[in-house]
Every structure is written in structure tokens, then in C-alpha cells.
Design a binder for this molecule. Sequence first.
Ligand SMILES: [Zn+2]
Ligand SMILES: [Zn+2]
Length: 157
Amino acid sequence: MMTEELRCAKHPNEETNLRCSRCERPICVRCMVYTSVGVRCRECATERRSGINAPAAGQVLKAAGVALGVVLGLGALWGLFPGYGFWVALLLGFAGGELVSLAADRRRGPELQAVAATMVIGAFALAFILSAGFDGRLIFSTLMAGVALWLAVVRQR
Ligand SMILES: [Zn+2]
Ligand SMILES: [Zn+2]
């Protein structure tokens, strides 16, 4: 026999000659989903979509390296010039978040959110030490750190 008769894994009454390009399950026209990597069943198509932006370990590591540089650079800047905390915090949130995102090739996910959050907290801690408690601007600086944290983390979502 040249052709085997396939039936959809979900709909046993549907004859088909299609298979999911990932799990090889027979799928009918009702079940198939077109993706950039071929026709897939619904399960594999969703799996692909949710996993497509997840960073690889190397990308997380690279982002962490960049984040460390930002901590040292902007954390020191913030600590030396606590009076400019508003601007440094914005820079930390926007530019820092952007750099982490770039370092991870625009991937997204909880790992990168954690990297971004650690970056802001690290810079805040370094600035706190260098400026001996932000030179009397502790409450404002903490508020700005919160803003920076949100800005940097939201970028990785
Ligand atoms: Zn499949
Ligand atoms: Zn089907």
C-alpha cells in the first residue's frame, strides 16, 4: 500500500493526509495551524508561541553581564550625584531596561524581569552606600528606584 489512511487524532471521523510537523500527529483541516515552521496541531502551535520569546541560558547570562555594568556605572553615578537621582533613575529604568533587552536579543520572560529588577536594586544599593543614604534624599530616591524598577521590568515582559 502506497498511502496509509490517516485519521485526525482529535476527530476520528476526519480523514486526512496531514501531520503535525512537530509531534507527527495526524491532523485535519479543523485542527491545523499554520506557523512559520509548517503546519502544526493546536497543542504544538501554542507551545511554540509561548516559548518563542523565552531567552536561552546564554542570553540571560549576557543580559546579567550588561546589567552588572549598568549597576556599576549608573549606581556609581547615582551615588556620586544623589541630587540628580530623578534623572539617573529614569536612565536606569529606560536605558538599563533597554540594554538588558538588547543583550538578550529582545527575548522576554521572567528570567529577564528578574535580571532587570536585580539591576535596579543593585544600582540603588550601590548608590545608597556611596552617598551614605542618598544624602538626605532617601524617601525620594526609594520612590524613584520603584519607578526605575517598574520601567526596567516592564520592558522584559
Ligand atoms: Zn503537534
Ligand atoms: Zn481534527
